[in-house]
Ligand binder design. Structure first.
Ligand code: ADP
Ligand code: MG
Length: 247
């Protein structure tokens, strides 16, 4: 009994919580099945590793700040043009994240741009990548306050360390000159370091007007489009179609 308690306390001191939580079960199994010392040690360590991976994914899912959890399983590809299911299935392997490629979704409101962006983000978190989601309005707020507010500074730091940054809803609100500069600097720093997903209701030909600076917008788009896949979606708004069904 003393050895048991001491072992538990060692596991806790070493912060092997996954192993500590399941030690009783693993010992009972080992005794019952008369497995070798090596197999026992192996299963104890693999229990701890699985526990850590699961915990990290859970933490990263919370840290991503997804506004809701969406997946590709619930996405109906029959309703929109501009993206196909097989293409999406290929992208779910997340190799494009390893290669710092970007995904850009353009199209009118309510056709699933944010849904697709979140679903790719969730898939990336599940594969072990660190992801950050921000609506562009909140991203601007963070960029403007990061020098004076600790929480904003932490968030920007997390964004910079992420493998994938999702910037949602570019185009709904005009962007001030100072915001456009901060945004350009962020994208420049992330260029070829971090993958970016952008969703926008405005085609990039009209971004200069929104940003109020032709030269900077060209430079910004140059970076975003360099290693990018662009999806121009079209179809009827899902929100409107659902509203009609309910009527
Ligand atoms: P957008 O970002 O293009 O304005 P959203 O992704 O926010 O549109 O979609 C609006 C709502 O409709 C969300 O709840 C989303 O899950 C749902 N939705 C949109 N398109 C589809 C689709 N093709 N299949 C399933 N749900 C969809
Ligand atoms: Mg949206």
């Amino acid at each position: 009994m003393k050895a048991y308690e001491q072992t538990l306390s060692y596991l806790r001191i070493l912060k092997l919580k996954g192993a500590a939580d399941r030690i009783d079960e693993l010992i009972t199994d080992a005794e019952r099945q008369k497995i070798s010392y090596m197999t026992f040690l192996n299963s104890l360590l693999s229990t701890e590793i699985t526990y850590r991976i699961t915990r990290r994914v859970q933490r990263n899912m919370v840290g991503a700040h997804f506004p809701s959890v969406k997946t590709m399983e619930t996405f109906d590809f029959g309703r929109i043009s501009g993206i196909g299911k097989s293409e999406v299935v290929n992208l779910l392997d997340c190799h494009w994240v390893d290669n710092q490629e970007n995904l850009l979704f353009f199209g009118p409101p309510g056709i699933g741009k944010t849904h697709l962006a979140i679903a790719f983000g969730v898939a990336a978190v599940e594969k072990g990548y660190k992801v950050c989601f921000e609506r562009v309005t909140n991203l601007m707020k963070l960029l403007k306050t990061s020098e004076i507010q600790k929480t904003a500074e932490y968030r920007i730091r997390r964004i910079m360390k992420s493998s994938l940054m999702i910037i949602d809803e570019i185009g709904y609100t005009p962007i001030e000159k100072r915001e456009a500069n901060l945004f350009f600097n962020l994208v420049s720093e992330m260029y070829e370091q971090t993958s970016i997903i952008v969703t926008s209701n405005k085609s990039f030909e009209t971004w200069a007007e929104m940003m109020g600076d032709d030269v900077m917008t060209t430079a910004l788009l140059d970076r975003l489009l360099h290693h990018a896949r662009v999806f121009t979606l079209d179809g009827e708004s899902y929100r409107i179609q659902h509203q009609r069904k309910e009527e």
